[in-house]
Ligand binder design. Sequence first.
Ligand code: C6P
Length: 407
Amino acid sequence: MPLPVETIRQDFPILSRKINGYPLVYLDNAASSQKPKHVIMAMTAFYQASYANIHRGVYTIAEEATELYESAREHIKNFVNARASQEIIFTRGTTESINLVARSWGDKNIQAGDVILLTEMEHHSNIVPWQLLAERKKARLKYIPFDEKGRLNLENLDRLLEGCKITAFTLASNTFGTKNPAKEIIRKARAKGTLVLLDAAQAVPHQNVDVVDLDCDFLAFSSHKMLGPTGIGILYGKKELLEKMDPFLGGGEMIKTVQWDHSTWNDLPWKFEAGTQSIAEAVGLKAAVDYLHHLGLKKIAEHEQSLVRYAMERLHEVEGLTMIGPPASERVGLVSFYFKDIHPHDVAAVLDRNGICVRAGHHCTMPLHKKLGLEATVRASFYLYNAKEEIDLLIDALKEAARFFRK
Ligand code: C6P
């Protein structure tokens, strides 16, 4: 049975909106996803009935709030198949999760001359924290190159892994859509004693991700791309690594004892959760996980695969349009493209006039775009509520844009 898209769409209030008189066609899911009423209602119900700070009060609603927050952690643990809930740290998002590792693990373990291996298709969030670490420690950054189809070239991987303490790479590219061969890279990294961080921002919302099966050391992702609210993200880390790491932020909750001159740290996972956390957001995230789990990630992935295949077939019809990245079968549900003679922002503006939301720009992958000799591209990215008919509307609007700017 395919995904019941028409029924699913009823769950997303925003999808009944009109923009400029046209139905909203939301194709910017790689930037952030829309929220089903289950998530909105779970958060509203929490604020209306059980809201309080967590881990502090000994009164009923504080205990309810704590219980809800910790059960969200349990949900995430099961969702990515972590071994223990201590391995799930709540952060503000993928960016903060990666920064946490670069600081807390990196400052302790990286030394002058060590190699940190990234890929040329990383999001800025998985480049800049490592650049900052490399500057602090005088370490060396290296990059696995991509080829003309947006696939990683692993020919020299063994050589790149020489002297490498950690490799951090994206499971799925937010610009090419490429699903990277994580297991192969991880196997080689393991053989060299290199740790692995996976940026799963574009993977966890769209396919089954199992940290035990992958055998990664760290995994970072964001709630807002998987139907959940903004302001909360996840860092999975192997317990034995997290235990040895120092805290990232200092403050309330992450301590066991505080004295004038020193403090001792709380147990995992709270050692990494300083200050009042995003409590209602955790409640929303839990509802989002339930929603995704109910539909099934396998079906979601199949649906997105059929959308991206259809989109790429039809994009060939648009004169002067060039797509970047691998064939549809090697992608998650997104496609980036450009016209030689029309600026991506102009394309996006025409699409917006037709109610269609896409992202135009460098998608926070400036080095990737630079290597392609491009400043920007247009990106259409799909999710479980998108329908083929919306791709037809995209194609019509792109043809119109091409006609309009070439008049
Ligand atoms: N990419 C996009 O439009 P945050 O902002 O912390 O939730 O996620 C950062 C991030 C990290 N890695 C990858 C692969 C990503 O795609 C993103 C977010 C969005 O492509 C916003 S820039």
